[in-house]
Design a protein around this ligand. Structure first.
Ligand code: 13P
Length: 341
């Protein structure tokens, strides 16, 4: 298959009715943060056994079309010796890989950050592809404060995302472009809308400059929501209305799918918000999920580091995937949630 056909086939495998993406690509410091509350040490063996258990969830492929893996996971094996990318593919799920190298302070822009990882990216992508990865993810972050994000941060991060995406496409890897406006802060939903619009506008401007083929990428944005410590919460309907307005202003119709990150929303909030968006009039793109915490949190709680809890861990992941699959059609309702203990 030539490169264009490879990209098209991967997009078609990822963008399917009732399905979305599971992000399980936490970096080493982040997975340690997720394991800590359940009293699990982040050793290579614990990470392998947790992640291989998630990937082996019976029926996961009914609602999950793609999984984003961390570099370490790409080289790990299940208990029976199956390489984890092969186990993913056996489930009918496309394996992908996080390729950015994390973020650091952006010089001359106090409070802003920039994501690293472009040096040597093409070479790394070649080897990830040989290990089975067909798509990639790169995350940029934007902090909202009185002075951030600065114009410099918005422009510099857009440039880096576009360079990453263009390199991926040259090698037949579908890029997920993830500009995340963070939830931290006490800002209003209006301020989040304003920043998200400015960020997405600049990102698509840069993607155009770098000749990125919009039909062969996915966008992974934040939803438009009030800051975590803002006095008022927003209803799913308000989040949906504000998010769709910003996306319609900034994201070309050629982009096949928008797969949201959950960004610190609870699993229930993330599902309800996605559902509300899919209840609005049809949009030019699919609206789906690419959740990390909102899919994994109940599974982590069920697992607690005990292999004996595998069945309940997998059931918890399966349920969240199923409910988000329903939210893809706008047919989710809170009554589908399990009764609270
Ligand atoms: P969350 O859904 O937990 O925000 O994770 C998604 C992700 O991949 C962040 O890069």
């Amino acid at each position: 298959m030539n490169i264009q056909n490879q990209l098209q086939a991967t997009v078609e495998a990822l963008v399917q009715q009732g399905k979305g993406i599971l992000a399980m690509d936490e970096s080493s410091p982040t997975i340690a943060k997720r394991f800590k509350p359940i009293g699990v040490e982040s050793t290579e063996e614990n990470r392998r056994s947790y992640r291989s258990m998630l990937l082996a969830t019976p029926g996961l492929g009914e609602f999950v079309s793609g999984v984003i893996l961390f570099e370490e996971t790409l080289g790990q094996k299940a208990d029976d010796g199956t390489p984890l990318p092969a186990l993913t593919a056996q489930q009918g799920i496309v394996p992908g890989i996080k390729v950015d190298k994390g973020k650091l302070a952006l010089a001359n822009a106090p409070g802003d950050e920039i994501t690293e990882g472009l040096d040597g990216l093409a070479l790394r992508l070649e080897s990830y592809k040989q290990q089975g990865a067909r798509f990639a993810k790169w995350r940029d972050v934007y902090h909202i404060s009185a002075t951030t994000p600065s114009r410099l941060a918005i422009e510099a991060n857009a440039e880096v995302l576009a360079r990453y995406a263009s390199i991926c496409q040259t090698l037949g890897i579908v890029p997920i472009v993830e500009p995340e406006v963070l939830i931290d802060g006490d800002h209003s939903i209006g301020r989040c809308a304003e920043v998200t619009e400015a960020v997405l506008h600049e990102v698509f401007h840069a993607l155009h400059r770098y000749h990125v083929i919009l039909e062969h990428m996915l966008l992974k944005p934040n939803m438009v929501i009030p800051g975590k410590t803002h006095a008022q919460k927003a209803s799913p309907e308000e989040v949906a209305e504000q998010t769709i307005r910003v996306l319609r202003r900034t994201v070309p119709a050629a982009v096949p799918s928008i797969n949201f990150l959950s960004g610190g929303l609870t699993p229930e909030e993330a599902t309800a918000n996605l559902n509300a968006m899919n209840c609005l009039a049809p949009q030019p793109w699919d609206l789906s999920f690419s959740y990390g915490r909102a899919l994994q949190q109940p599974a982590l709680q069920a697992w607690k580091g005990n292999a004996g809890n595998a069945a309940s861990t997998q059931a918890a992941l399966y349920l969240r995937a199923k409910l988000n699959g329903a939210a893809r059609h706008g047919s989710y309702s809170v009554t589908m949630e399990p009764a609270q203990e």
